[in-house]
Ligand binder design. Structure first.
Ligand code: CAA
Length: 389
């Protein structure tokens, strides 16, 4: 039985900052951000969006009533949690009108938790093939203004419906994992911005990729040459390129050229959004499926997921004949229609997030065009609104 991704949809902000402008404001060469980091634009998340609204805005447009009736598992993977106890997934299930008989949880292991969700969901569907699972990776990447990590911020959510006989990608049942205690990136409970050892984290990322990729090839019948393209978690798009380059000596020259060309498509949309932690690998998969003219049904993709801390996994999927029916075809146009804001406006948005304190707060959401918005906090409870209802 085939099980895998049946539908995929993305949501982020309607605002972005141009990386050339941000580089100039920070006294950096624009090419450092554009080429050295590999980012052209960065999503600016307004205070009216958090992981709950991003997740709900990602999933809502792709779900039919039949999907909603069949979903009995919702997993939100995130490292931008909004509560130490209650799962963000419960709010998301409510906004989406999901079935009450649905297992509804939030998962955490840095950027890896979206993949943990996908793998648990595919196992769930293999046992219950008449059911569907909704997995959403939703995050807001925050390092701080004027920090080295700043050009690798961003935010958004990717929602994936996991089912039997999927339209988009049939997932393999083999995968290789690596999990060890590494202090490359973390966020103590009292901080809203991550702590990171940037260079170390980038080196560990490549080490993990090498370990799980080679482990996968030696433990399965798959040869590197069989893989049409490699799709990576992209905290910044140069990171994926570094990992890809480390794999090129393993294949023929023709395959090397093909992998590099496919990678340029896989990073196209991530270059315009920035990091979205748990969703980054899956935005890159969307980018591959939406913008790569050389892809065909039957092609096998290798996927590398990495979460600092650290955990990595390599697995594969086969593109299905109807894949264009299951993906977010309007995404490139939606990104092109976003509003560019100046650096001062980006900084204001960055500093205007709902404060971590007990007071009642209101958020001006009237210029936010998204269906689901965060409108404030009352009696220490976050207030969400479906402004199109
Ligand atoms: N033209 C072209 N390239 C230029 C340039 C110019 N004018 N000026 C500099 N560069 C290049 C540099 O040579 C360098 O390239 P290489 O990495 O290939 O050597 C690149 O631009 C970056 O320059 P620096 O190394 O000087 O950059 P930096 O010290 O300011 O920091 C960073 C870069 C470490 C990625 C930092 O942005 C950071 O800490 N980011 C957050 C951490 C991160 O994303 N880690 C990734 C792995 S962890 C993970 O994947 C989980 C996750 O999502 C966080």
């Amino acid at each position: 039985m085939k099980v895998g991704i049946d539908k995929m949809h993305f949501a982020s902000s309607h605002l972005y900052v141009d990386m050339t402008e941000l580089a100039r404001a920070r006294g950096a060469e624009p090419d450092k951000y554009l080429i050295g980091i590999g980012q052209a634009q960065m999503a600016v998340i307004p205070p009216s969006q958090d992981i709950v609204t991003l997740a709900a805005n990602a999933a809502y447009p792709m779900l039919t009533q039949a999907d909603i009736d069949a979903i009995d598992l919702l997993i939100v993977g995130t490292e931008s949690g909004i509560d130490n106890s209650k799962a963000s997934a419960i709010y998301v299930a409510h906004l989406l009108g999901l079935n009450r008989r649905c297992r509804t949880i939030e998962m955490k292991e840095a950027c890896y938790a979206g993949t943990a969700g996908v793998q648990l969901a595919q196992e769930h569907v293999r046992v219950h093939p008449d059911k569907k699972a909704l997995v959403i990776g939703a995050d807001i990447a925050r390092y701080g203004l004027n920090t080295p990590g700043e050009p690798t911020q961003g935010g958004g959510a990717v929602a994936m419906l996991i089912s039997a006989d999927p339209q988009v990608l049939a997932l393999g049942t083999d995968s290789t994992l690596l999990s060890q205690d590494v202090m490359d990136f973390w966020r103590p409970l009292y901080r809203s911005e991550a702590l990171v050892d940037g260079k170390y984290s980038s080196n560990i990322y490549v080490d993990y990729f090498q370990d799980v990729f080679k482990g996968y090839l030696s433990g399965t019948k798959t040869r590197a040459e069989d893989l049409t393209a490699l799709v990576f978690h992209l905290p910044y798009t140069k990171m994926g390129l570094k990992a890809l380059r480390s794999a090129l000596p393993m294949v023929s020259e023709t395959k090397q050229e093909a992998w590099v060309a496919h990678f340029e498509c896989a990073r196209k949309l991530n270059r315009q959004v920035g990091n979205l932690y748990t969703g980054s690998l899956y935005l890159s998969l969307l980018s591959q499926l939406l913008t790569d003219p050389e892809l065909q049904a039957g092609n096998e993709l290798g996927l590398f997921s990495y979460g600092s801390g650290a955990e990595g996994e390599f697995y594969t999927g086969i593109i299905q004949p109807d894949y264009l029916k299951g993906i977010d075809l309007g995404l490139p146009q939606r990104l092109a229609r976003r509003r560019r804001v100046d650096v001062a406006t980006y900084e204001k948005c960055f500093n205007q997030q709902l404060a971590w304190e007990a007071t009642d707060q209101t958020i001006d959401y009237h210029t936010d065009p998204h269906r689901f918005v965060l409108i404030g906090q009352r009696d220490e409870q976050r207030q969400y609104l479906d402004q199109w209802a």
